[in-house]
Design a binder for this molecule. Structure first.
Ligand SMILES: Cc1ncc(COP(=O)(O)O)c(C=O)c1O
Length: 402
């Protein structure tokens, strides 16, 4: 590179990534092919509009790239192109979710979004008050059960019946368990709401066949492509084809509603990642991600750490570092806060993020827990024995700071 300053910083980040154990649940390592597509000349091209209907000339290649990406997205999740459509232009997960609401929820206070609250594991874009999604629409929230720390479908039904939302969102940022999509479908049907699944965290696991697919039950499915799916930063919006014309409305909301020109380099890189995720090796990878998370959870629990909901069915774990939870250890109220835990682990070469736990008594800037995920390190070839060692290392670092 001619720009030595940026070259040096990229080099430093490459070294940092190689040096650390990365347990950030929303990160992964993409292939060289994905990087090549991202860094290609496709970034030079303007392609406002959709395939066959562009506002600029010179888009014959753009159309092929976008069409191929859409084909691969439908193929990966075994969707019939007569029953599902997909928009591949959202720039990331947050604009994708915003586009769905813009398309399908009446604007203003009478439009109502129902999602999980942020402090129980939901995402900002599920109607949090600091997000546009909570400012432009009325938002109501559900959480997890205090005892089980898992979804309580009876309670969700009650809230839905009393609030009558236009759209119900399931799929989260920090929920380690299986979500019963069918129960959500039933709840949405009871109140006449659209059922939207945000499978951002789960897409790679769904593609790999190790987590239940939401497509049988959802009306709309959004996903980022850069977490377990192991693609570039981007997002997809799938919608059912029927008389409601969801896809048409969503296309209009993405462009011209929210965005201008699509990022073609990103769309090509997504297409690469989707093809990679459709290979048998990816199934093996997804299986290993979940196995590794179980082993990490079991070992941490064995060492005396309290895990929210008692464990995991996916790639992520929420660990209560503050209460610890095992009276036989030195932990207990006044263990180690999520922020301190994250800081001291980073000093020890392990990268995690601090995270609120359900019913947290501490503040989000220094909450009671940390979130751990296995997708990135599994990409690097780590297996069960490595995760037993990682759990021991985490335990050692944290206990020396309690
Ligand atoms: C469930 C969920 N939805 C949406 C997003 C937003 O994605 P992005 O950061 O690409 O805007 C995230 C990101 O963490 C997420 O976890």
């Amino acid at each position: 590179m001619k720009d030595k300053q940026i070259e040096r910083l990229i080099g430093a980040e490459q070294k940092r990534q190689r040096r650390v154990i990365n347990l950030i649940a929303s990160e992964n390592y993409v292939s060289k092919d994905v990087l090549t597509a991202l860094g290609s000349e496709l970034t030079n091209k303007y392609a406002e509009g959709y395939s066959g209907h562009r506002y600029y000339g010179g888009n014959e290649i753009s159309d092929q790239i976008e069409n191929l990406c859409k084909e691969r997205a439908l193929k990966l999740f075994r969707l019939d192109a007569k029953k599902w459509s997909v928009n591949v232009q959202p720039l990331s997960g947050s604009p994708a979710n915003l586009a769905v609401y813009l398309a399908l929820v009446p604007s203003g206070v009478e439009g109502k979004i129902m999602g999980m609250s942020l402090d129980h594991g939901g995402h900002l874009t599920h109607g949090h008050k600091v997000s546009a999604t909570g400012k432009f629409w009325t938002a109501v929230h559900y959480g997890v059960n205090r005892e089980t720390e898992q979804l309580d479908y009876d309670e969700i039904m009650e809230i839905a019946k009393s609030e009558k939302p236009n759209i119900i969102v399931a799929g989260y940022t920090a929920y380690p368990r299986i979500i019963d999509w069918q129960k959500f479908r039933h709840i949405a049907d009871e109140v006449g709401a659209i059922f939207m699944v945000d499978m951002s965290h789960l897409a790679g696991l769904v593609a790999g066949g190790v987590y239940p697919s939401p497509f049988k039950y959802a009306d709309v499915v959004t996903t980022t492509t850069h977490k377990t799916l192991r693609g570039p930063r981007s997002a997809l919006i799938f919608s059912k084809i029927d008389e409601r014309e969801l896809g048409k409305k969503i296309d209009k909301a993405v462009f011209p509603g929210l965005q201008g020109g699509p990022h073609l380099n990103q769309i090509a890189a997504v297409a690469v990642a989707l093809a990679e995720a459709n290979r048998p090796e990816f199934k093996k990878y997804a299986k290993q991600v979940v196995k590794n998370a179980r082993v990490l959870a079991d070992e941490l629990a064995r060492l005396g750490w309290r895990l929210v909901s008692g464990g995991t069915d996916s790639h992520l774990i929420l660990m209560d570092t503050w209460r610890g939870g095992n009276p036989s250890t030195s932990l207990g109220a006044g263990g180690i806060s999520g922020k301190t835990a994250s800081d001291v682990l980073e000093q020890g070469g392990i990268i995690v993020n601090k995270n609120t736990i359900p019913f947290d008594t501490r503040s989000p800037v220094d909450p009671s827990g940390i979130r751990l995920g296995t997708a990135a390190e599994t990409t690097r070839g780590k297996t069960e024995k490595d995760f037993v060692a990682i759990a021991k290392q985490i335990n050692k670092i944290l206990k020396s700071h309690v």
